[in-house]
Design a binder for this molecule. Structure first.
Ligand code: SF4
Length: 465
């Protein structure tokens, strides 16, 4: 019987893609995908520590797996990967004693199969036995070492999406924004070689993927280690030349690294999606300084103006934090006024919570009370909902080009896809349309997506709206 694995992923696209890589590595080592943990010999929990709730989810899940062992006598090897693994290390054991066999850091995922095999060996034949038992801490296998090498073997990633391919271009971050845990969990900034990135994009195109999403903490800080002339703009141009790729997206650029040359290039290259995620975090210059974001409200708004001048059709999205230490009512009002001024198509908004080891955690008092933070986030999300409902409503009656990427999660007969500007479009149609770019006339709109029907007579093939 082949051994089976399951990977449960929390967090961002980067984590989702790391899970695709770990799945490929485990399959290369002879494991097969299981439907769920009750059927798996190895359960990998790929964690996120950007938000506190994601951490809580890990501990809840570890408790559930333990209960599964007690109830059904099924005790898989449990590996914890991702940012919480990197950050907590052995401290995980104190909070969840006896529930974890392997801890693999964010920069060590290539060693996962080896660590799992070692865990299996240490457990001997008992590892797949139905008798629940646990090892003591000294047997725990931990790899939290930083690795300089960010290459990843071609052809191993087990892509979970038939239409989009995630391709990492940078690992880590050197910015040290005062609220952010990423530089501590993913390490300092390291670039993947351009040749390796292009080979992966070509491979994705050859396997039928139509869209490539470039991933990195600050994608627009890219500088190819194997080509001194290649920065992020040049990399995007090179990817634009890959046959078979129809759309290029990227997440996330840092506002302070968006160059005029990049905007001009983006405007010139039709495959580059008309969507820019520009994380602002706050509308107040004082708060931005306390966050160490290295731009002001004014310079950010200037940038938005330049973006809209170069790309009038671009949709903007952002990240926003409310209740950062010391944020006053007036400073929060600046966040509201900036949101109203920019009119983002979408926003990820969070209540501030201190992340371990960060500068804000060490130096600033988390002094905005919880009730106030809740009131602020409710107000911000209400405003944002109103804005995006209005923007989506402007699409009603228009034809938009949609890359169909999935069957709808809500209705069997519906498909969903995205416009170049990242609006989610639902439409009736057969599964055979998945992977095609179709023209859709929008009939109605909601705050998070729009609905329409395919206009086969005017399909343009490539993305445009
Ligand atoms: S730029 Fe700031 S918020 Fe983004 S990953 Fe780096 S430290 Fe975190």
């Amino acid at each position: 019987m082949p051994r089976k694995y399951v990977i449960e992923t929390f967090g961002c696209q980067m984590n989702f893609h790391d899970s695709e890589r770990m799945a490929g590595l485990l399959e290369q080592a002879g494991f097969e995908a299981a439907d769920d943990a009750s059927d798996a010999d190895v359960v990998v929990i790929n964690t996120c520590s950007v938000r506190e709730r994601a951490e809580e989810k890990l501990y809840t899940r570890l408790g559930e797996l333990r209960q599964l062992g007690l109830d059904q006598g099924h005790q898989p090897i449990v590996a914890v990967a991702g940012c919480v693994a990197q950050q907590e290390g052995e401290a995980l054991l104190k909070r969840s004693p006896g529930a974890v066999d392997v801890i693999v850091g964010t920069q060590a995922i290539r060693r996962l199969p080896m660590l799992v095999e070692q865990a299996v060996e240490r457990q001997g034949s008992a590892v797949f036995s139905p008798v629940p038992r646990r090892k003591k801490a000294p047997d725990l296998l931990i790899d939290l070492d930083p690795y300089e090498n960010v290459t990843f073997p071609l052809g191993v990633t087990r892509r979970g999406d038939p239409v989009k391919a995630y391709v990492t271009i940078i690992e880590g971050c050197n910015e040290f924004c005062s609220f952010c845990v990423v530089p501590y969990t993913r390490g300092h900034e390291r670039m993947r070689p351009k040749a390796e990135i292009l080979a992966e994009v070509r491979e994705a195109a050859d396997s039928g993927r139509r869209e490539v999403q470039l991933l990195g903490q600050i994608v627009n800080h890219y500088a190819a280690p194997d080509d001194p002339a290649c920065d992020f703009t040049a990399l995007v141009e090179a990817i634009h030349g890959v046959d078979g790729i129809e759309r290029i997206r990227f997440a996330s650029p840092h506002p302070r690294h968006v160059s005029v040359r990049f905007l001009e290039t983006m405007a010139r290259l039709p495959k580059v999606c008309r969507h820019l995620h520009l994380p602002v975090q706050s509308g107040s210059t004082r708060v931005l300084q306390a966050m160490r974001r290295r731009y002001t409200r004014e310079s950010y708004l200037d940038l938005v103006g330049r973006v809209r001048e170069s790309l009038p059709e671009v949709a903007l999205s952002t990240d926003m934090i409310v209740g950062f230490p010391g944020e006053t009512d007036a400073e929060f009002e600046e966040t509201l006024s900036l949101t109203a001024a920019v009119r983002y198509h979408s926003m990820f908004s969070f209540k501030y919570s201190a992340r371990p080891n960060t500068l804000a955690d060490r130096r600033l008092a988390d002094d905005v009370d919880e009730e106030e933070k809740t009131q602020r986030i409710v107000a911000l999300q209400a405003l944002q909902r109103e804005i995006q409902t209005g923007l989506n409503a402007q699409l009603v009656g228009r034809d938009v080009d949609v890359l169909v990427d999935a069957a709808s999660r809500r209705r069997d007969t519906e498909l969903s896809g995205r416009t170049s500007s990242n609006v989610v479009v639902n439409l009736p149609g057969p599964a055979s349309w998945i992977g095609q770019t179709v023209t859709v006339r929008v009939r109605r709109a909601g705050p998070h997506s729009v609905w329409g029907e395919r206009q086969a007579s005017v399909d343009r093939g490539l993305s445009g709206a």
